[in-house]
Design a protein. Structure first.
Length: 320
């Protein structure tokens, strides 16, 4: 079968042929892949930089997809961390890592939005309970996952959403997606921290895609500006686009009610994540969440890897 194949971590995948995989266990099924998203996580696997990479080549990239079984069942599935990913004409699906989709589901929209959308959807449904009238800060709101997080926070009941990011063009789009305020993260750290404190000092929840220096400066700014220090602030760490580590003064944990947690595979069970996916897929397909996929044929994977995209666009590879 044809697939996107990585033969060197120094080059993008190429359209090539590999052996068609075969189901080996009773819970496995072969599907025709209809759409697979080109997510940042897929790129890091393909260049060998992701922490799960074991250096094995060749490999087929792709961590999730929408596929159809021989019987016509439509599935969204997440691939295991092996050398056989989802950017291929066919893939083996572990039914324990898949959900059935309605027949009217848009495979391209789901493939584009499920991966970036599930991070905040699962965080706000499984890691915290939004209080009535909640205020949410999305730190790193100008990425695709951050843009969806703004919409998802509002959809799930947040009364006030503050969107913070570095890209001015993308930041300007966020009020139209549900952000009540936007904060630029460009500038001197103290100036940025002051802006965050003024806009989000009373936040109930922070959805953090950045970590690193961005979170290191934001935490004390928010807690210092907090009208009531004992009011809980749930800081949900999801991504580390600005850095993997922070320096956390112990005094912050004593001087305010700061609750730091992560959200992802491990902090939420696989069963818990899968339970949330059908409702997220429904919101994506219904148009409740704005999605802007760019569908390209699998045969153009090499070009797709380097093509510039507009803000909020996610590339999706399709059979043709």
């Amino acid at each position: 079968m044809h697939a996107a194949v990585v033969r060197s971590f120094d080059a993008p995948p190429r359209f090539d042929t590999i052996d068609t995989p075969r189901p080996r266990e009773e819970h496995e099924v072969l599907v025709d892949v209809l759409a697979a998203g080109l997510h940042p996580r897929v790129r890091s696997s393909a260049n060998g930089s992701h922490y799960t990479s074991d250096g094995v080549l060749p490999l087929v990239p792709g961590i999730d997809a929408v596929g159809r079984t021989e019987q016509g069942e439509l599935l969204y599935f997440v691939a295991p961390d092996t050398a056989l990913g989802t950017m291929a004409e066919q893939a083996v699906v572990d039914r324990r890592r898949a959900i059935t989709l309605p027949t009217d589901t848009d495979p391209v929209a789901v493939a584009a939005a499920m991966n970036p959308g599930m991070s905040s959807w699962v965080a706000l449904r499984r890691r915290v309970t939004l209080p009535p009238g909640a205020s949410v800060l999305v730190l790193g709101a100008t990425g695709n996952a951050g843009q969806l997080a703004v919409q998802i926070a509002k959809h799930l009941g947040a009364a006030h959403v503050v969107a913070a990011g570095r890209d001015p063009e993308r930041l300007d789009l966020l009020p139209g997606l549900g952000a009540d305020e936007t904060v630029s993260l460009l500038g001197e750290p103290k100036e940025v921290a002051d802006r965050l404190g003024r806009s989000a000092g009373d936040a109930d929840v922070v959805i953090d895609y950045l970590w690193g220096p961005a979170a290191e400066h934001a935490m004390p700014a928010l807690l210092t500006a907090r009208p009531e220090r004992a009011k809980p602030l749930a800081w949900i760490q999801i991504g580390s686009m600005a850095g993997a580590d922070i320096a956390l003064p112990s005094s912050l944990l004593r001087a305010a009610n700061l609750q730091i947690m992560g959200s992802g595979q491990g902090s939420v069970t696989t069963a818990g994540i899968l339970t949330e996916l059908p409702s997220l897929a429904k919101e994506i397909t219904s148009g409740t969440l704005a999605v802007n996929p760019l569908a390209l044929p699998l045969s153009q994977v090499e070009q797709a890897w380097n093509i510039p995209t507009a803000p909020g666009t996610r590339i999706v590879l399709t059979p043709r």
